[in-house]
Design a protein around this ligand. Structure first.
Ligand code: ADP
Ligand code: UVW
Ligand code: MG
Length: 401
């Protein structure tokens, strides 16, 4: 069956078309700068002879226009893969916040959409864009089953002492105020890859997802037992534009003493903090260049970013009572050797010993970057949230639900 996967962000949209059960990617793409001038679509078609890349620059006022253009590419006379949209049996959507309602992959109904909408305030950068992706896909692929795969689902296994906050109980019971955790699809995917590589289904793993958003998870036997993001995708690690952990007193000070309103605080901590706040850029490649040019702010930002990861490694080593592997993944985790080196620095007491030379080698696929004598494996594993979503959609459809 053909499954089209959409990972819809506020101004971008990633997609992939898979044929299952072969897990064969037929094409993938990225639509950037939606709603701005000169939107760009980069569309890759995978064939037996390699890949063909098509890049189009055009004005796409909204996600609907973006997906229409993608559909045109999918059904194009020359490079198209489909004759018509009805050849897509299911559309899998990454939905970031599923609250406590969704512990598993779910067929999207009007009720599911209402729930995704109800959760907008909890994931303001993500759920509205995910919702829009669903609405547009319903029109473009009217015969396909629309399926939601939630970032939060994998973390629904956290024990209560890990997911509750120490606030009055009714805030949890009546308002759902608790840790949810995010990037679950990615943590689940790389944890499964790592356990298979180690040949240890019960492996104690620390998975470190470093993309635009960043989070870590403690995983034992394929089950998430703790994670660094919380009620929304703002807690924990330092991110591109998000602060990560911050003392709530700062928020009272911003509001009480400095005259911020709630909207301004949210904007500050979600969009103007993290690496952007520390170093003036949110993209790690730009900060890397600044660092090479001797920029002191970039150097501090790198140290702070890596220090936070290191602290969570220590915490999760305790939570797991030992570690079999630390796994780095996503844009920064897969590509930035300096972040990995700083994060693993002086952790030999835990049995974590990075091999500098292996860490600096760029190679595709899963690779091991620890010294041979390191008790803990350090792995770089490319994430593939889209494939994991497609697989979960196929499982759901095969189960006849
Ligand atoms: N070669 C690289 N070196 C360092 N950082 C990289 C590299 N390639 C991508 N990144 C970083 O990865 C981040 C984006 O990661 P990604 O997983 O694509 O995020 P998202 O899915 O959240 O958009 C950006 O900060 C980008 O700079
Ligand atoms: C949940 C989250 O932070 O997602 P992203 O990394 O795609 O922003
Ligand atoms: Mg991502």
């Amino acid at each position: 069956m053909n499954i089209f996967v959409i990972n819809s962000g506020s101004s971008s949209l990633k997609y992939q078309l898979f044929r299952l059960p072969a897990e064969q990617p037929l094409c993938s793409g990225l639509v950037e700068r939606i709603g701005l001038d000169n939107s760009v679509i980069t569309h890759k078609v995978f064939t037996a002879d390699g890949e063909q890349v098509v890049r189009r620059t055009l004005d796409l006022p909204d996600h609907r226009a973006g997906l229409q253009e993608v559909l045109q590419l999918l059904t194009d006379a020359e490079i198209g893969i489909l004759r018509d949209p009805n050849e897509v049996e299911a559309v899998g959507h990454r939905v970031v916040h599923g609250g406590e309602s969704f512990a598993a992959t779910t067929i999207i109904t009007a009720e599911v959409k209402r729930e995704i909408k109800r959760l907008f305030p909890l994931a303001p950068l993500h759920n509205p864009a995910n919702y829009l992706g669903i609405e547009v896909a319903e029109q473009i692929f009217p015969r396909a089953k629309q399926i939601a795969v939630f970032d939060t689902a994998f973390h629904q296994t956290l024990p209560e002492y890990a997911f509750r906050y120490a606030v009055p109980e009714e805030l949890y019971r009546e308002q759902g105020i608790r840790v949810y955790g995010f990037h679950g699809t990615s943590h689940k995917y790389v944890a499964a890859q790592a356990a298979a590589y180690l040949g240890q289904p019960e492996a104690r793993l620390i998975t470190v997802h470093l993309g635009n958003g960043c989070s870590m998870a403690a995983v034992r036997g394929g089950v998430s037992i703790d994670t660094s993001m919380g009620f929304g995708p703002l807690a924990g690690l330092v991110m591109g534009t998000r602060s990560g952990d911050i003392d709530p007193s700062v928020i009272f000070h911003l509001i009480g003493q400095l005259g911020y309103d709630v909207e301004q605080v949210s904007n500050l901590l979600n969009k103007r903090s993290g690496m952007l706040g520390l170093a003036g850029d949110s993209d790690m490649r730009d900060i890397g260049k600044a660092l090479e040019a001797g920029d002191k702010r970039a150097a501090l930002a790198y140290e702070l970013y890596a220090y936070r990861i290191k602290k969570y490694i220590g915490a999760y080593a305790a939570v797991l009572n030992g570690i079999d592997a630390v796994v780095f993944t996503a844009g920064v985790g897969e590509n930035d050797a300096l972040v990995r080196r700083l994060a693993c620095h002086e952790l030999d007491f835990l049995g974590i010993q990075l091999d500098e030379a292996k860490n600096n080698v760029r190679a595709p696929g899963l690779r091991e970057i620890n010294q041979p004598e390191s008790r803990v494996k350090i792995l770089v594993i490319p994430t593939n949230e889209e494939l994991e979503i497609a697989k979960q959609c196929a499982e759901l459809l095969d189960s006849g639900t």
